[in-house]
Design a protein around this ligand. Sequence first.
Ligand code: HAM
Length: 435
Amino acid sequence: MALQRPKGTHDYLPEGSPKIQAAFRASSFQTVLQIAQTVLERSGAQFIVTPLFEEMELVKRGVGGSSDIVRKEMFTVFYFGDHGGYVLRPEGTAGVVRAYLENGLKQLPSPLKLWTHGPMFRAENVHQGRYRQFHQVDYEIIGSESALADAEAVALMAQVVETLGLKRARIRLGSVGDQADRQAYSAYLRELFTPHFEQLSDDSRDRLERNPLRILDSKSAGDQALIDELQVRPLLEALGPEAAAHFAEVRGYLDAWGVAYDLDPSIVRGLDYYNRTAWELHHEGVGAKSALGGGGRYDGLAEELGGPATPGLGWAFGIERVLLALEAEGVNLLLAGGPQLYLAALDNENVALAAKLALQVRSQARAEFAYRALKPGQIFREAERRGAVYAGLLGSQEAERGVVTLKHLKSGTQREVLFDDLAEALAEAAVLEQA
Ligand code: HAM
């Protein structure tokens, strides 16, 4: 049997591919990125690219030892003689903050807004919306404690979602407080759950020791039933005065700007670096437990990575889950169409000239050309298969007079256009076509 892609990965395919799955069209993937880029860069964000693999230590310190990621989902890369191993990055934030510290980005205007995208890797149990290689769009604001930064980041996530055309995605907003708040709350949870140790799932027994907060995020039905039964007081009600005031301020801005969200008093994120504002983006089309995106503040992360105290926050969404949600809502992202011109020569002598004309046209329009001479019927067929707007024919007679015969494939009308006017004629026609 021919080799297959690894479990939990996808091929994003061009239109017309026989095995294409609606959610995994390369053109939809590209459109999501284009929309994200436009919206995020309008906020002043700059693009950054960091490596696909990082020191294991960075991931451990960044994402945190009690997270599922570090405990069981790291793709580790060893090579002979290696010190401690590298990890295929499970998320983008730790790498971006490392790059910020390592490259002295503190010198740039503060706060610094950065965005990136790319594949992330987690060795998960694979099912719908949960993959081993997935892609994130990631947005970070580094260098500000202001509640305005939190509100701006949330508002921007909402704007990307709206621009994509998603109607049924909801933001669930909460706060995980300051470190002292979380320590006190962890002690409360330990006290509450310890007498019920036997009822907890294996994972949650482990969490009771390492990070009891994560019990609240358990996917086990038994754990969730116990949480209900014990009437666990939400973390949001246990915030210290500073974190509570900061959160009230964030909410105040969002309410004033008309950004919709649901208050989620029990939000617990799956990564350890969060403090204060934390949120997730949910959609019923992707499954109750799977978020389209998530984010929050991580004021202690830079110090954890060995840098000076530097507040920051951000979010990421998973492109696969966004595409599944778009599919569930029946939203068809606008696709980049075929070429405006498919140009071919009718005889061998004019193949190079047809190519030259197509290359020139590309300064203003999408154009393809045939690598050999074709008959008119073949040219029309090939042009149609590519979804072209015009088929262009170049025979010896046309070449002598310096013209190309353009056939508008939809209407069937034909006309001759001078070589020099070709690019302009196609650009004009493209505008008319869109109107
Ligand atoms: P996260 O919640 O771990 O946060 O991941 C963000 C999004 O990535 C998820 O909501 C989901 O859409 C997608 N995702 C995560 N794991 C998988 C998977 N196995 N398969 C498919 N999609 C997945 C972070 O990664 C943080 N770095 C976000 C952040 C940025 N916080 C502050 N700045």
